[in-house]
Design a protein around this ligand. Sequence first.
Ligand code: AMP
Ligand code: MG
Length: 439
Amino acid sequence: MSKSISQIAAELQGYDPHALTTERVSTFLSELVEPVLETEQVELFDALGRVLAEDIISPLSVPPHDNSAMDGFAFHGSELQPGLPLNLCIVGTALAGKVWQGTVHVGECVKIMTGAVMPPGLDTVVPQEFTRTEGHTISIPADLLKAGDNRRLRGEDLMAGKAALQQGERLGPAALGLLASLGLRNVRVHRRVRVAYFSTGDEILSAGDAPREGAVYDSNRYTVFGMLKQLGCEVIDLGVVRDDPALLEAAFTQVAARADAVITSGGVSTGEADHTRAMMKKLGDVAFWRIAMRPGRPMAVGHISTGCEDRQADGVGQIPSPSSAVLFGLPGNPVAVMVTFIAFVRPALLRMMGAKPEASVLLRAASEQTIRKKPGRTEYQRCVVSQRADGHLSVRTTGNQGSGVLSSMVQANGLIVLAHGQRDVAAGEEVSVLMLNEL
Ligand code: AMP
Ligand code: MG
């Protein structure tokens, strides 16, 4: 069972919804959400980006036999003598994919291809380009090799019976290849997390609407869609929902029945005259926060449930259990939406997806300019990180940092993260940067 807002709040000492640090928010959200339990079996080609729901124990060793890492000649490493060249007579050829069956005596070697099974007893390979060949004899220069060189050991990648991958792994290209190397065709993964989203606000136009004085086109649904897709979520687009209690209620009710989570944008700041907050309160167990951050700040989180009165007995007299969805009520400003998604929603969704927690890796780069920073809030500045001629990283901000300015987000390849207590940054000072391309 997931915890209620008040339970989590009670456990967090000094919890104050009107003054939350970003760290507090992360801790809170990790308590609020739970991994989806359902799993499914998918083919490897469909498993990219999915989260592994089982530990994979190697059914076999990879590689399955000792083999050559080079094209060259395999021989007994014990024949190498310090300071002396070694002459060997070629008695056969071992090709990849075939097992060479002969016997190799002292003074003999086998021509061998990369990946070919090492003939029995042989442990060392001299790469072809280091040898001189005369007729059936090769000569290996003195002190070039030691015993065991250029041989890959059976099981050096994966050993039969040992853990190859653990549940919670997000399957990237390398993991797919590794699973395939074990001869597997299918793998058990968590089902995709279903996330619904809609934009709120009477001033928000949908694509196709005629422009209107005082109105702006909806961008949040598109950024949210993009970020959810990149994360591998199943998305449910509920459009722009007008500021009408009945419409909002209908949207939230749909969400609770169909989705694991819902992301809204707009209408959560205290000054709002609209119905979004009221409906969240009515249908859910929701906290309204003010987070010490920029951009960002207002955010609503909690669970939205279908009302009991809406639940009807089905054909066999079963009353379906109440369904609920995790709510992430993001601010309205387009960059604030993206930053709060990256900072909070993404890690929470990863947890719901069943992924093992991963700390985000921040780079350190020298700021090309002074940056104004008030202590007492975490700030995210859109930036471009580049590599200087000397190899060090430097970073500059991408112009207008207004929380509605998406163009500076488009130009950015990272976000400078200025910690809660940090003050102004001097030119040349190092700052932490979260790279956006990895998200
Ligand atoms: P709000 O949080 O509702 O006060 O919105 C803050 C600002 O973000 C306002 O200027 C809104 O017009 C703008 N905004 C809200 N939702 C969207 C949206 N879906 N697309 C673009 N701008 C939006
Ligand atoms: Mg609004």
